[in-house]
Design a protein around this ligand. Structure first.
Ligand code: FE2
Ligand code: FE2
Length: 208
């Protein structure tokens, strides 16, 4: 299993650009939690981490994994299946973590164990899946502009998906994704009462 980040150079606005930005953002929120002893700071960034990871995962399942299947045939189908399985595990861990407070002795161990699975998954996406998709889209002129369109759809979808982990949401489109989307407004209402980093005045997914 490849663990090296071998991603080739990419243009801004492409699907690679969108996914890599999200991955770095998720990692930065993780680091904020892990490298702090301040419970208030940890709680804010844990909520930010949960929010970003939950909507990143469901938007990948709704927009990016179906694109693997559409543009990469059998290989793409295998990638999508493996990725959905890995997401399911991480989302189960996130569901456990999202209800924990920093004073809980399991708070950091749970987050670290989640992150070790997530890092492996991100490495696979970045070293194999995303480059394979970007390659086929850039080499076939019939697919000109598709990468940019996928990036846009991915960004828009993030605005409408749940901001907390509901493990089955999005994994089996279309039925479960519809069920998952129904929980999104409830998540967004609860977000009003959660603490976020000061610069996130209120998590408003429509701004991203
Ligand atoms: Fe993923
Ligand atoms: Fe991802």
């Amino acid at each position: 299993m490849a663990t090296q980040n071998t991603i080739p150079p990419f243009k801004s606005g492409t699907v690679t650009d969108a996914l890599l930005k999200d991955h770095r953002e998720i990692e930065s929120y993780y680091n904020e939690v892990i490298n702090s002893n301040d419970h208030d700071h940890q709680e804010r960034y844990a909520n930010q981490f949960t929010w970003e990871l939950a909507r990143h995962s469901v938007a990948e399942e709704l927009i990016i994994y179906p694109a693997f299947e559409k543009y990469l045939g059998t290989k793409g189908h295998e990638m999508a299946e493996r990725d959905r399985k890995e997401h399911h595990e991480v989302k189960e861990q996130l569901k456990k973590f999202q209800n924990m407070k920093p004073k809980n002795p399991e708070f950091i161990p749970t987050l670290k164990s989640l992150m070790s699975n997530l890092s492996q998954h991100i490495k696979e996406e970045e070293s194999m899946d995303i480059p394979a998709l970007e390659k086929v889209l850039s080499e076939d002129h019939n697919y000109s502009g598709v990468s940019e369109k996928l990036a846009k759809n991915f960004g828009r979808t993030k605005a409408f998906v749940p901001s907390r982990s509901h493990p089955s949401a999005g994994e089996n489109p279309p039925f479960e994704s519809v069920m998952g989307l129904l929980t999104a407004p409830l998540d967004h209402i609860s977000d009003i009462f959660r603490k976020f980093p000061d610069k996130t005045i209120n998590p408003n997914p429509s701004t991203k």
